[in-house]
Design a protein. Sequence first.
Length: 174
Amino acid sequence: MHIKGRSLSLLIPEEKIKERVKELAKEIEKDLGENFVVVSLLKGSFVFTADLIREFSVPVKVDFMWVSSYGSSQESSGSVRILQDLSMDIKDQKVLLVDDILDTGYTLKKVVEFLREKEPSVLKVCVLLDKKERRKVELKADYVGFEVPDKFLVGYGLDWDEEGRNLRGIYAVD
Ligand code: IMP
Ligand code: MG
């Protein structure tokens, strides 16, 4: 498989993701109970979010935010901008913030601070992937699908300059 002329190596196959998403959903449900709001960060986490919410057996609400982090296409920077706010009021609601990957931590740190100001009763963070060794700011996710090595990854919603989101597994760009 190729993207932009570079070859890709499969890191996490579709079946393994599916299994792990089920486990995460169970764990989250056990902690949060029912009627929580899933806040998904566009665009990267739309695939993960779609699969995760369908594993919940309790009623949940779903909302989206769009944030952009300025930097190169492969690395975010400290300046994170909120491009699209929530459509719902989350005051006194239990909130699960979902993102595709936790890398430097700049993006989630900014979004967590932004959401805290809206006074949810609970705010938990769930990421599918965690590139732990790349962290620049203190941020720990409550739920992590997989710890991954410091490689650029695509697939399952993650892109390289908008390509690769539709791949079913997660691949490392060689
Ligand atoms: P952070 O602000 O550095 O933690 O970056 C988080 C965001 O950067 C993620 O939501 C992704 O959109 C993007 N990102 C970080 N690493 C990768 C990667 O390996 N592949 C694709 N996108 C990535
Ligand atoms: Mg993203």
